[in-house]
Design a binder for this molecule. Structure first.
Ligand code: GDP
Ligand code: IMO
Ligand code: MG
Length: 425
């Protein structure tokens, strides 16, 4: 099993890369997160953003697993599938998507509670996607949640309604101001659950392990990214799941012994949507220009993404905790046209000490930059890595030396084919 995962704060271009390489696999499998993800895929000039549906969905013959480590919102899932069918009428999702019976359900009250906590001054404002992700995962840990397999049991309706009633009462008690009617959210939820029943809901860990034993190839798809990992990210400004390679193993029920390549995706600069540290953040006009040029607006929520120079200490940390074997660098085209391009190589602490690898990025850390000559390249015509200018090669070589892994692919535009393979592997 190979893995694709994000190395920064999400939105590195995971969806595009998975779509591209999924032709080499029999199965793609999402292992964490829920509808907080937004993985963009380009098809014939049009872009679709997938939230729960794995990014192999457009590849003929590929099965797409939504694994045990995920949380599924039936309402959002139904909308996503209907949207997919409008986007591409040839797709038959019921035949190509397999859902873990052990994946947890996101209830409508989880989403309302997420909104409440984001808006209440009594809580730390994380800047979530408001999809009820933390609330579903925390109820999982509390052992109070419902799972996909439960929807087939005869008492599901009454158990789910009990939870909805109870949590709705709590929202009323804490004084949530805009609260849709309980009947309305309950109806929408049970409607989504009926829709979910049309899919093959099974023991996906058994399915995946049997497939691997038969010699089939599985690609695990991460959502979010290392710096948003619940354990290793910039807590508390993180998501609520394990986004790293070990999360792929536990989230899919596949032994770490079966992991092969670990593709880490990083942008040639940094972005972050939501609150929390971004030490290389560009708070000036140039940062705004980068946002416009890179179209850095959240695929999921439309929020403007914060922008910054590439953060090597954070990237080294992400490569280390994931055991990344190949780097995929995206958005090289967005930096084209600049006189010089910076990479943060260290942080300087208040006491003058230089730090080069850290998962916790202190607020007072001052980034130290190394400057590279920029490239003036029209990537739209580029077909082969032999056409790369020396400035890009110097930039990539520096990253390879520092990270001690090859840059295997360079993405040079949003289009499906705008990707250069740099190694023979
Ligand atoms: P994901 O969440 O990691 O799958 O990434 P998103 O899809 O949320 O965000 C990546 C955005 O960058 C999408 O709009 C992609 O179409 C776009 N994109 C991906 N690779 C490139 C690239 O190399 N250049 C440019 N300009 N855009 C890219
Ligand atoms: P993909 O898979 C970027 C961020 C949110 C917020 C924090 C917690 O497309 O890379 P949550 O809704 O998970 O409780 O929000 O995590 N976040 C993402 N940022 N890309 C994502 O997914 C994200 N999923 C969550 O903005 O800061
Ligand atoms: Mg995204």
């Amino acid at each position: 099993m190979d893995i694709v995962l994000g190395l920064q704060w999400g939105d590195e271009g995971k969806g595009k890369f998975i779509d591209l390489i999924s032709e080499n696999y029999d199965i793609t499998a999402r292992f964490n997160g829920g509808s907080n993800a937004g993985h963009s895929i380009e098809r014939n000039g049009r872009i679709i953003t997938l939230k729960m549906i794995p990014s192999g969905i457009f590849m003929n013959g590929v099965q797409n697993v939504i694994g045990t480590g995920t949380v599924i919102d039936p309402v959002s899932f139904k909308k996503e599938i209907l949207n997919l069918q409008v986007f591409d009428k040839t797709i038959q999702p019921e035949n190509n998507i397999i859902i873990s019976r052990k994946a947890h359900l996101v209830m409508p009250t989880h989403k309302l509670l997420d909104i409440f906590m984001e808006e209440s001054s009594d809580y730390t404002k994380i800047g979530t996607t408001r999809n009820g992700i933390a609330q579903a995962y925390s109820n999982k840990i509390l052992r109070q949640n419902l799972r996909v397999g439960d929807i087939f049991s005869s008492d599901f309706q009454s158990r789910a309604q009990h939870i909805l009633d109870r949590d709705y009462r709590m929202l009323e008690e804490v004084g949530m101001i805009v609260l849709p009617a309980l009947e309305e959210i309950s109806k929408e939820f049970f409607d989504g659950v009926e829709f979910l029943k049309k899919f093959n809901c099974t023991e996906t860990e058994i399915y995946l392990n049997e497939a691997l034993s038969e010699g089939k190839k599985v690609l695990a798809e991460g959502s979010q990214a290392a710096m948003l990992d619940i354990d290793h990210g910039t807590y508390p400004y993180v998501t609520s799941s394990s986004t790293t390679a070990s999360g792929a193993s536990s989230g899919l029920g596949v032994s770490p012994k079966k992991i092969g390549e670990i593709y880490g995706i990083a942008k040639a600069y940094c972005t972050r949507v939501g609150n929390g540290a971004l030490p290389t953040e560009l708070l000036d006009e140039f940062g705004d220009d980068l946002r416009m040029k890179g179209n850095e607006f959240g695929s999921n929520t439309g929020r403007p993404r914060r922008t910054g120079w590439l953060d090597l200490p954070a990237l080294k940390y992400a490569v280390m905790i994931n055991g990344v074997t190949q780097l995929v660098l995206t958005k090289a085209d967005v930096l084209s046209g600049l006189k010089s391009v910076a990479v943060c190589t260290h942080y300087e602490m208040e006491n003058g000490v230089l730090v080069s690898v850290s998962g916790i990025l202190p607020d007072n850390a001052k980034p130290i930059f190394k400057w590279f000559t920029g490239w003036q390249t029209d990537f739209s015509r580029m077909k082969s890595s032999s056409e790369l200018p020396k400035e890009v090669i110097e930039f990539l070589s520096f990253l390879e030396t520092e990270l001690e892994i090859p840059v295997a692919y360079l993405s040079i535009g949003p289009g499906r084919n705008e990707m250069l393979k740099l190694t023979d592997k």
